[in-house]
Structures are given as structure tokens and as C-alpha cells.
Design a protein around this ligand. Structure first.
Ligand code: CP
Ligand code: NVA
Length: 298
């Protein structure tokens, strides 16, 4: 049994094959072909944080594959009233075929993995967001071809998305320049474990030098709302705007996992401009995760 808790749970070969299948599934879906491979399968989706893309893509993906998805908010299930995580994992996994979790504490996902009898998918934790990277890598491939040997600039917070980009740099063999304000670097464990694949900067312009892809994310992630003002000050030199994009390759693309704050981490001209791939990136969550579900449950 396989889980998808972090990108490095899967080999590069398997990740690439999931992405190639996702591209094929997308074509199949657009052509109106029906694929009911997951008929009678159920995915439990546990959320203790908000979501638009993740919920809609997993739920729709299960329907399109002939299965069913259960939306379980922590406000409604006994987990939110203090039922132990271990007990919840044993019980839910005894009834469903896979469990997707979006939780505040990555440790809760690890507890589920230890106690679940079915595959666990990390749909965002404080540590990482591997599902998003499947969609991002798929989107790059569709628009630009292989990302191997390319330069990616991560601008902004050394957060969960940044951590998964660090793992992606190794898996997909690209160079990752990370520009953060001082004090907002990625976790030291990620820096140490992936040192050969990343370069750290405190200057966004330098990180964008010759970049083929520029990526950013919100300055205050879910759960950091009280730090919003402090972060706006700390990150003010880290907005991805047209000026910054001029330092990247003339043909560079822009990505953002969304939701975005125009005028904060990205200017409206960039996110709504020609170099932006954000709408395909969001849509590809659906196709990439259908492929992931087939890989884990097939
Ligand atoms: N990018 C992403 O995970 O979006 P949601 O928070 O809307 O699921
Ligand atoms: N870093 C953001 C990503 C949202 C998809 C957060 O954790 O809120």
C-alpha cells in the first residue's frame, strides 16, 4: 500500500508517469470519454482548513471516475470534538478506499498513516502540499515541455508550498532559487536535505535571474492571519510584478497555487497577464489528482 504524504514518497519515474497519465486523462475527459475505473470506491476527505480547488477537484475527480467522495469537516465529525486521531483513522479507513486530509498539523497525517488500512493523501499541511506540485509540474510540461535543467524562482515565504518545490527540484531535476525575507526561509531540515538542488537569496531580483518559471504564494498562510500586517511589511520587496519578471527569461512563465492576493504577493498585471499559467494550473488539480487516485487505488 502506498501513501502520498510528501512528494518524495514516490519515485521520479512514478511521479512522471502520474503526470503523463494526467495529461491523457484530461484529453479523455475533454473528448467526452467515460472512465469508471473507481466505480464503487469511496474517498474520505477530511478538512480542518478552508479549500476551494482541493475539495472541488477531489470530489469531482471521484465522481468522474465512477466513485464517491465524502466531505468531512472537522466541525461535523467527532474528531473536532476530541475523538483521538488514531481511533478516527482506524474507523474511517475500515469503511473507505482512500483518505485525503487537509490539516493544520502534519503530525496528524503521520498518525493517520500509522493507523490507516488504506492510502492517505496529504491535501495540504503546515509542512507541505504535494498534490499542488503534481498539477504545477503537469502544467509546465503541457505548456513548455520538460522542466529538467530549467531554473525555477520561488519568491516569498519559505512555507509549505516552498517545501514541496524543494522536493520537486530534486525529483524533477531543476534548479530552484528561493528568495525570502530574512527570518522567513524554509525549514532547516529541507534546506539541509536538499542543499544540492537549491540556492537561497534575500533578493528577489537575483533569484529571478534567467528563471524559466517564477512562482509565489500568499504571504500569510492559513492559520497565520494574525501575522498579516507584520508579514505585509516584511515581504514588501517580494511582490512578483512586471519589473521583477523582467529579470527572468523573456519567455518565463508565472505560477501561483491560488488563492492569490493581487497587490500583495503578485501584481494584477502578472497574474492576469500573458506569462501566467494559473488557470490551467488550478484546473490541472482535477486531472493530476484523478491520476494520483488511479495510481494509489488502481
Ligand atoms: N491551491 C489550493 O490548494 O487551493 P485551495 O486552498 O482552494 O484548495
Ligand atoms: N501556503 C498556503 C497555500 C494555500 C493553498 C496556505 O497554507 O494557506
Amino acid at each position: 500500500m502506498k501513501h502520498f504524504v510528501n512528494l518524495d514518497d514516490l519515485s521520479t519515474q512514478d511521479l512522471n508517469s502520474i503526470i503523463d497519465t494526467a495529461i491523457a486523462l484530461k484529453k479523455q475527459h475533454k473528448a467526452g470519454e467515460i472512465n469508471q475505473t473507481l466505480k464503487n470506491k469511496t474517498l474520505a476527505m477530511i478538512f480542518d482548513k478552508s479549500s476551494t480547488r482541493t475539495r472541488v477537484s477531489f470530489e469531482t475527480g471521484m465522481t468522474q471516475l465512477g466513485g464517491h467522495a465524502l466531505f468531512l469537516s472537522d466541525r461535523d465529525i467527532q474528531l473536532g470534538r476530541g475523538e483521538p486521531i488514531k481511533d478516527t483513522a482506524i474507523v474511517i479507513s475500515s469503511m473507505v478506499d482512500a483518505i485525503m486530509m487537509r490539516v493544520s498539523s502534519h503530525e496528524d497525517i503521520n498518525t493517520f498513516v500509522k493507523n490507516s488500512s488504506v492510502p492517505i493523501i496529504n491535501a495540504l499541511s503546515d509542512e507541505s502540499h504535494p498534490c499542488q506540485l503534481l498539477a504545477d509540474m503537469m502544467t509546465y510540461k503541457e505548456h513548455k515541455g520538460s522542466i529538467q535543467g530549467k531554473t525555477v524562482a520561488w519568491i516569498g515565504d519559505g512555507n509549505n508550498m516552498c517545501h514541496t518545490y524543494i522536493q520537486a527540484a530534486k525529483a524533477f531535476k531543476f534548479k530552484l532559487n528561493i528568495a525570502t525575507p530574512k527570518g522567513y526561509e524554509p525549514d532547516q531540515v529541507f534546506i539541509d536535505n536538499y542543499a544540492d538542488h537549491i540556492s537561497l537569496f534575500n533578493d528577489a531580483k537575483k533569484a529571478c535571474d534567467n528563471a524559466d518559471l517564477v512562482v509565489t504564494d500568499v504571504w500569510a498562510s492559513m492559520g497565520q492571519e494574525s501575522e498579516q500586517k507584520k508579514r505585509e511589511l516584511a515581504f514588501k520587496e517580494f511582490q512578483v510584478d512586471q519589473n521583477l519578471m523582467k529579470n527572468a527569461d523573456a519567455d518565463a512563465s508565472f505560477m501561483h497555487c491560488l488563492p492569490a492576493h493581487r497587490g500583495e504577493e503578485v501584481s494584477a498585471e502578472v497574474i492576469d497577464g500573458k506569462q501566467s499559467l494559473v488557470w490551467d494550473e488550478a484546473e490541472n488539480r482535477l486531472h493530476a489528482q484523478k491520476s494520483l487516485l488511479l495510481y494509489l487505488l488502481g
